[in-house]
Design a protein around this ligand. Sequence first.
Ligand code: BG6
Length: 468
Amino acid sequence: MKMPKDFLFGAASASYQVEGAWNEDGKGLSNWDVFSKIPGKTFENTNGDVAVDHYHRYKEDIALMAEMGLESYRFSISWPRIFPNGTGEVNEKGLEFYNNLIDECLKHDIVPFVTLYHWDLPQALEEKGGWKNKETVDAFVRFADTCFQSFGDRVNHWITFNEAVIFCSLGYLTGAHPPGIEGDVKGYFQTTHNVFVAHARAVELFKQNGHTGEIGITHVFNPAFSIDDAEENKFAEMHANAYATHWFYDPILKGEYPEYVVNGLSEQGLLPEMTEEELDVLKRTAPMNDFIGLNYYSPQRVMKNDSALVMAGGRENSTGRPGNPSFDGVYKTVKMDDKVYTKWDWEISPEAFLAGMHMLKDRYGDVKIYITENGLGDVDPIVDGEIMDTPRIEYIEGHLRAVKHAVQQGINVAGYYAWSVIDLLSWLNGYKKQYGFIYVDHNNGLARKKKQSFHWYKEIIATRAEDL
Ligand code: BG6
């Protein structure tokens, strides 16, 4: 089988991870510009000041994407480039950059798939309470509106937020991302709610203003599976899926929160502050979501937590250190002997990917799905000057095959975006952890070079994955 004609083969990036030009052309500070400069916060204190200089080299990069046959490019818009202070005056130079980027994509017949928020919050808003402050919600809606109005004539695919679970949990539970707060469980749930409301209001505005095209949200997809059939571990699985998946997907796709989590949070006094109006906007916009974006890298294997430990949850905290407990101590994620892991201890499982997509279909029906990220973080071998990233090819091949099976089994997957199109800054792992089809030589003026996977993906796209 060939993948359907309108299925989009793409690849992705995010503004802070590729652009650089952190203080050029009127851009304001983002929370990451500030956080990454606090000593010890990132691997070898790397930051995105220059990143891979996509801001200046986007033409060269898009030409390479075109050469690969890429059908769609998912990138994000840096909010502080458009609104240096988060709100207030628009920075025309910021709009100009994204206008140019979009036009360059279209020149090469590459469909731009735009993420509005991939974690680089204007620092001015972070300082006023960030996502805990509901004024950030109003500011986001204004930013979204500006982007719809400025780019909506050419952009037909919009993602409001990338991975709320990560920026909220790492921001407020583990402190690994800005604003660097640890153990604020209530704050964590409040920020997730505020983000869902911001999403819903942006979706409503998009529809009310008659913009054409699709709008949705991208979530981490980290389905939990019990390590065995023991009742207590099955319970851990149910609990993990409720807190890590249903809490995030239900308010978007069903317009209400999962009862199990609401009850649990109420008992512990952790339920976010929610107004009737906010609950209403979630309810009435649920049917307006055109798709859900899934970022899938690995599943979580869970079991009952038998220690007194309580730690923050989320994938970043499940990197294979055996027995990583969940934020509430009910379950823990474990590394299993019979599973395969990356160098960073993320499990590789196309089988769990497919099984997880069926879990979603069972709960949410035929909602359209885009795989908005999937890929392998690795240290690529260089042999005689060539970047031989065979493990990446194998990883993507396995997962694309799972997508193909999903489509054959009636799951509505409309596109696949590998992470990432080009080697870029991994938030906490610097430039060491590579994901791209295009290599960037940090010892040679950031020169680009095609990897083995570049040629492989080109062939996959050209044949519409017929041979997978
Ligand atoms: C996702 C993010 O969490 O995973 C990306 O949307 C990120 O921005 C990717 O780079 C891989 O994570 P990491 O930590 O390996 O860079």
